[in-house]
Design a protein around this ligand. Structure first.
Ligand SMILES: Nc1ncnc2c1ncn2[C@@H]1O[C@H](COP(=O)(O)OP(=O)(O)OP(=O)(O)O)[C@@H](O)[C@H]1O
Ligand SMILES: [Mg+2]
Length: 308
């Protein structure tokens, strides 16, 4: 089943007085499968939070439609299956940690007899046991984010939407959150996570989408997105027809120290060339494929901002 689907959603904000229009999201088509950890990336102002707010039905799209588990987002029932951690966690600070989670458990309809156990488990999972009896007003930023995360998971939702969940977490907290996300995935849950921290998305997400100026630039697994990666093939020699075929491609051929190096600018061409060499019985002595980090993919996908 598809956990999240958007069909050409657009959101245009219009200034009340100036009537100035901002296109925050433009014709966005997204599909997140059930059981996936999906990373939603984009620079500041890309439209990530606006998209999330449309998925939560907090704001309405100017046009297009959004669905959760194949039901329109406006349906109350489907939202029961959803947990949400907002960008800036804003909790009732008068409560103590445990009380706050009990309050949310009641609000989300967790049966009375299950509440204490559920709250205790979450406090333990998020390393908040020591802070459980402390007022939330006295929590550090990271602790607030952890309790916010516990709040999002209180009713054991099938889909978690996390808007920059690790912004205030220290490296230990980030690692713990990753472990929690992977555990949720193992239990068949779906996680939609927006983040700026590319390295963490890289380690935890099955697929990513890259958004800029409200437009979807790329979507796919890291393997699919690194299709532009460069490579080098080294061979001893090859017959003239191979040279002829190579000269018609974007590959660059150089000869040095008795070896021929073929530089391929992308994966598709490397595969074509390897097939060509194989057909002509040319042995590949050495193969070097550039590893592309998500950061490289990210920067090659977005238009750089104008220089100051
Ligand atoms: N309520 C609003 N009224 C007018 N414009 C808005 C409003 N909310 C967001 N915008 C504009 O929409 C665009 C997208 O903003 P959004 O908050 O969705 O970006 P984001 O990707 O979440 O950014 P960040 O990484 O900084 O959180 C921005 O140009 C922003 O100024
Ligand atoms: Mg945002």
């Amino acid at each position: 089943m598809i956990a999240i689907r958007t069909e050409n959603i657009c959101k245009t904000y219009t200034g009340r007085l100036s009537r100035h229009e901002t296109s925050a999201v433009r014709m966005l088509d997204l599909e997140v499968k059930e059981g996936e950890i999906f990373g939603f990336l984009g620079p500041n102002g890309a439209g990530k939070t606006t998209t999330i707010h449309m998925l939560l039905n907090l704001i309405r799209p100017t046009s297009g439609a959004a669905y959760l588990f194949d039901r329109p987002v406006a349906e109350t029932e489907v939202r029961r299956r959803l947990g949400y951690l907002p960008e800036s966690v804003n909790l009732h600070t008068y409560y103590r940690g445990r009380e706050l989670l009990n309050f949310y458990a009641a609000l989300c309809g967790v049966p009375v007899e299950k509440r204490a156990r559920r709250v205790g488990d979450l406090l333990k999972l998020l390393n908040l046991e020591e802070a459980a009896e402390k007022r939330v007003a006295k929590y550090s930023k990271g602790m607030s984010q952890r309790i916010g995360f516990a709040q999002a998971m209180i009713h054991d939702p099938d889909l978690l939407i996390l808007d920059e969940p690790t912004a205030s977490l220290d490296p230990v907290g980030r690692k713990e959150l990753h472990d929690v996300l992977l555990e949720l995935k193992q239990r068949g849950k779906t996680v939609f996570i927006s983040s700026h921290i590319l390295s963490e998305i890289e380690t935890v997400c099955d697929r990513v989408a890259i958004l800029q100026n409200g437009e979807l630039k790329r979507v796919g697994t890291l393997r699919e997105l690194s299709a532009d990666k460069r490579s080098r093939l080294m061979v001893k020699s090859f017959p003239a027809p191979v040279m002829e075929a190579l000269s018609a491609t974007a590959a660059e051929v150089t000869l040095a120290q008795g070896r021929i190096t073929i530089r391929c600018p992308n994966e598709a061409l490397r595969q074509t060339i390897e097939e060509l060499l194989q057909r002509h019985g040319v042995e590949i002595l050495h193969r070097e494929i550039e590893a592309q980090s998500l950061e490289q993919i990210f920067f090659s996908s977005i238009t750089p901002p104008p220089k100051l």
